[in-house]
Design a protein around this ligand. Structure first.
Ligand code: ZN
Length: 336
């Protein structure tokens, strides 16, 4: 069960660098903190609060703060089905990301209704007029019990969301494309064809599964291909916010109504296992690429369990302290 490299190229947007800049830039950029009204239009701010922050270069507080581009901050009260204090008017994509952070940092059985959230985020204008959001820090205050804060940190080795001490990493939020993973052939960019004796890279991971087994989006993103795609057979490709594109090949059929441009959530049904295209039996060929280069898609599914390494602890605590100031500057909403 193998698949040749696809010659199709899709443009891949990269926001990874932006995230690094957003986090690392905090070390020297004085900032404002925006309190955003919880309305559909993020541009309508309820009021802006300036927060003076010490500069890393000089310990003297800066009198002239510069508003970092795209900065967003907000507060809301969680409820079912949507936030009660936000009157259901928050940008859907933004709510998805709150879901991602809570889903990866909190236990599944945690009681979330009535919990209050404060957060700071990067929220640049997207090409389609919407907003690409990226949470940098989030405070979760449950109806009963102790509040907790989580911080994104990107260092040399560290990458992801961590608790306040940096000693516990949240999971990545990536989900398995199948309920049960049985790997039959790994990613292998240097695979040699046994008979032809020429390189025939295996650009994804094959998972054996019976015909008709549901296939899920491994992370939220935008569907950028649905349909027959050469050796891939029936193929779905999803572009994720970090610029990674995942592919799901040899499907027997697609989820009803699925089309290019659809926004999907992590673990949303996208199709069913099959054996279409160049395939010798029912299986899912699961692939991932970034910057036009395929990498081992299985690495997306491994939860990071490592804490922030000792060598990066100081940088983490420094970034955390500045994010804390911005969280503290935001008036929390109260549940009724
Ligand atoms: Zn394969």
């Amino acid at each position: 069960m193998h698949d040749p490299d696809s010659s199709r190229r899709t443009p891949v947007a990269l926001d990874v660098a932006l995230a690094c800049v957003a986090v690392l830039g905090l070390a020297w950029v004085p900032f404002f903190c925006w309190t955003v009204s919880l309305e559909k239009d993020w541009a309508r701010t309820a009021g802006a609060r300036a927060v003076s922050a010490p500069s890393a270069i000089s310990t003297t507080p800066q009198s002239e703060a510069v508003t970092p581009e795209h900065e967003q901050a907000g507060a809301l009260v969680l409820g079912s089905p949507g936030p009660v204090a936000a009157q259901g008017a928050l940008d859907d994509v933004f709510l998805d990301e709150i879901d991602d952070v809570l889903g990866s940092c909190l236990p599944d059985d945690d009681q979330r209704d009535g919990a209050t959230i404060r957060l700071v985020a990067d929220g640049k204008e997207a090409a389609d007029g919407g907003r690409d959001t990226h949470i940098l820090a989030l405070e979760y205050r449950p109806p009963a019990g102790e509040p907790a804060r989580f911080y994104e940190f990107v260092g040399l080795d560290a990458r992801g969301f961590y608790d306040a001490t940096g000693t516990r990493a949240c999971s990545t939020g990536w989900r398995s494309p199948l309920a049960k993973l049985r790997r039959t052939s790994p990613f292998n960019p240097r695979r040699m064809h046994p008979i032809l004796r020429r390189p025939m890279p295996h650009q994804g991971t094959d998972f054996g599964a019976p015909q008709g087994t549901p296939v899920y989006a491994s992370y939220r993103g935008t569907v950028n291909f649905v349909g027959p795609h050469g050796a891939h057979g029936n193929w779905v490709a999803i572009l994720h916010p970090d610029g990674t594109e995942t592919g799901y090949a040899h499907l027997s059929r697609f989820a009803p109504g699925l089309q290019v441009g659809d926004q999907v959530r992590a673990h949303q049904l996208i199709g069913y296992v099959g054996s279409t295209g160049r395939s010798t039996g029912p299986h899912l060929h699961f692939s991932a690429r970034a910057k036009e280069t395929y990498f081992d898609a299985e690495t997306l599914l491994r939860p990071p369990v490592a804490p922030v390494p000792e060598t990066e602890r100081y940088a983490f605590l420094k970034a955390k302290a500045e994010l804390d100031q911005r969280l503290d500057a935001m008036p929390p909403l109260m549940a009724h």
